[in-house]
Design a protein around this ligand. Structure first.
Ligand SMILES: [Zn+2]
Length: 275
């Protein structure tokens, strides 16, 4: 069943766990993530990332209606979210399509502009009954699947002021994770996360959730992370399974192998996040 971001994060807060949030740029990954969530009977978040459309994958207009339809039919609570919206017009189109919540990413802008645009998105989303996640600090390159970029750690004082002044419902903060494939094991700044948590009243979000050590997931969840964005390693599992398939004559066989591997990878992540 379809559920909003605030509601799904409330479930996470009550259980002191984190909800897995997966980018689903195609039907295969939607099927994999929902199968994993239903296998474990856990809530889940499906995300469309603006950058995936820019990379030539499904357009939001094509994939969002399918995400919403399948979320609605799912046996577990599912939120459909726009990930890293950098463009206010694009975010409005997502809201018009019925997406439950949006992330506005102004992290690469000067702070004043990030504040101002985030507040505009919050006001716009309220008219649709939708929730808003935003980011202060930066986790480097977005969900484009490349190697991790430079990360600018979130300042705890700034995080508190940003969440209060903009009225957001969830805050993405940078404390050592990055997007894409890690070239070396990430070193997370738990003390910083603890400081951020003490100054911010809304649920905290960790991006770059693929490739983090199991015990580190447990630590960040204990420190208040309630949504973990995860994509790269699931997509990699699908790619590896497709490449290993002996007979690749028919695309439907390649896709089925990828769906199976992505389901297993997503289930592993959801199980850890569910604590
Ligand atoms: Zn992200």
């Amino acid at each position: 069943m379809l559920i909003g971001l605030k509601e799904i994060l409330k479930l996470a807060e009550a259980r002191k766990c984190a909800i897995g949030a997966f980018n689903t740029p195609n039907l295969a990954s939607i099927r994999a993530v929902l199968a994993a969530a239903e296998r474990l009977n856990e809530p889940v978040i499906l995300m469309h990332a603006q950058v995936h459309e820019e990379m030539g994958l499904c357009k939001m207009d094509e994939i969002a209606p399918i995400m919403l339809l399948m979320a609605d039919k799912a046996a577990v609570p599912v939120c459909v979210h726009l990930d890293h919206g950098t463009d206010l017009g694009y975010i409005k189109r997502g809201l018009d399509l019925g997406i439950c919540s949006v992330m506005y990413d102004g992290s690469e802008l000067p702070n004043e502009l990030n504040y101002a645009n985030t507040a505009i998105v919050v006001e716009m989303a309220r008219r649709y009954g939708a929730a808003v996640e935003a980011e202060i600090g930066s986790m480097g390159a977005r969900e484009s699947g490349g190697e991790s970029g430079e990360s600018i750690y979130t300042d705890p004082e700034e995080a508190g002021a940003f969440a209060r002044k903009t009225g957001i419902d969830a805050l993405a903060c940078a404390f050592g994770t990055a997007h894409g494939i890690y070239l070396k094991q990430p070193k997370l700044d738990f003390a910083r996360l603890n400081e951020i948590k003490s100054r911010v009243d809304v649920p905290l979000v960790m991006h770059g959730g693929s490739g983090v050590k199991c015990e580190d997931y447990k630590k960040v969840i204990a420190l208040g992370i309630r949504k973990i964005n995860y994509y790269t390693y699931m997509a990699k599992a699908g790619g590896t399974a497709a490449a290993a398939l002996a007979d690749k004559t028919f695309f439907h066989d390649v896709e089925a192998a990828a769906v199976k591997a992505m389901t297993d990878d997503a289930a592993k992540a959801i199980e850890i996040f569910a604590n």
